[in-house]
Design a protein around this ligand. Sequence first.
Ligand code: NAD
Length: 518
Amino acid sequence: MVVRLGDFRNEPYTDFTKPENAASMHSALAEVRAQFGVKHPLQIGGTKYETGDLLKSVNPSAQSEVVGLHHKATKELACRAIEVADAAFAAWAAAPVETRASMARKAAAILRRRKLEFDAWLVYEAGKTWPEAEADVSEAIDFCDYYALQMRKLAEPEALVQLPGERDELRYIALGVGIIIPPWNFPLAILVGMTVAALVSGNTVVVKPSSETPTIAAKFGEVLAEAGFPTGTWCILPGAGSAVGDTLVAHPRARFISFTGSRDVGLHINELAAKPQKGQIWIKRVIAEMGGKDTIIVDEEADLDSAVQGVLVSAFGYQGQKCSACSRAVVSEKLYDAFLQKLIPKVEAIKVGPADDFGNYMGPVISDKARQSILEYIEIGKKEGHLLTGGGRAPGDGYYLQPTVIADVKPEARIFQEEIFGPVLAVSKARDFEEALAMANNSEYGLTGAVYSNNPEKLRAAADRFHVGNLYFNRKCTGAMVGAHPFGGFNMSGTDSKAGGPDYLLQFLQGKSIATKI
Ligand code: NAD
């Protein structure tokens, strides 16, 4: 069978401005709310465990509401999970690609069927607004379908040079047990993408979800089970990263670690995984996608209105809690004042409040700790530049913050260099395009970036010299689409694994060359 890329289509978004869709979403929110506070046991290889040590996940829009309670893994159970995954590996790796790919397609179909329910879990556990939740669930569906397709393509590798008197072939085979460690900010899409990529390639996995979003992970466990992935091939193992994370990463039978999260945790995992343990017979592979400090350049030859809109949505969508979020706008001095004059009223018009209210553009940040850290950065920023709007908490029972803009920020400022991961935008002035480019590249990160300019020569220069993994012209710097924008960054943004791209699955596979004398 010939597998074509045209067989893939991105999942369309539900239009919530249509009254019938809004009504369905309200029903889904009510159904999910009715399940608040349920206790979720830990499951390893079909056996349920209740450790009694409960992880409490709360609604960041209303911190008194408990979304779910999860029995946390101990170090012993973390080891047990790896042993079960290890035992299941040989049979799963030998299963036909078509079997594994059709399970991934089935997972996509189940997520599609339960889409609004998953949207609602994301609203309540991650504080995503309806459109942000919808984009997250749609991306999860895309990952399942896209990786199913890519695995089927990899099962028919390109023909090799055939030496005279030989038959020469290359097969891609699975690696072994993978440890999957996702962040909370795309609690479904990234968790699903990393997990399904590993499974469809024939690996078995132990997934340690973020402690902020364990219920969404547990719900995805239901999808994996219904899609037919055998128990033993996967396990969702909640627990504090600092408590069981090291046990999982250091285990001698862990073959690879697929991590997405902050720079510091990623570097720690990379270091720990590099150290061979007693009985370990391989070099662990680490796929680590980490933080960002993303810039939008607004050139003097830009369409000002579209640049303002692009910066606005990139900086404040999901409260700025995206690795791809625009946290610094570098604006030509010729447009600088006009840019701010147009931007500030729009920022001030942003409605902040509970994520389940469709009228709010911004919901809460994920936790009190996150809010505290962002507020500290705002205080630093007030000294490093001029606060133009925002600068503090927004009212309500949740972890709300005002969208904040700090202008006249110099490149050496901490708020220009460090990842804040919240609704805080630094705006800086550039003399000309060359200086803007130099400022954009002045970072240890290199994840996303955008340029607004109508000058093709400047865009060509940016294509060559703006050093980021995902570059956009005359559009926002967030919202990468599976299949169209393979995602991953340079430098301290990670290993540039390019999730949702044609090469991604190769990181979960190893090539075996077989030459037969004929
Ligand atoms: P985090 O690094 O705090 O946590 C990520 C995951 O690592 C969580 O599941 C956490 O429990 C786990 N963890 C923590 N300590 C661990 C340890 N010692 N061993 C093993 N696991 C451990 O990040 P976060 O706050 O969940 O996510 C936000 C960060 O993720 C931001 O820096 C953001 O830029 C980044 N991010 C990057 C991408 C990307 O594709 N590059 C995508 C999304 C988020």
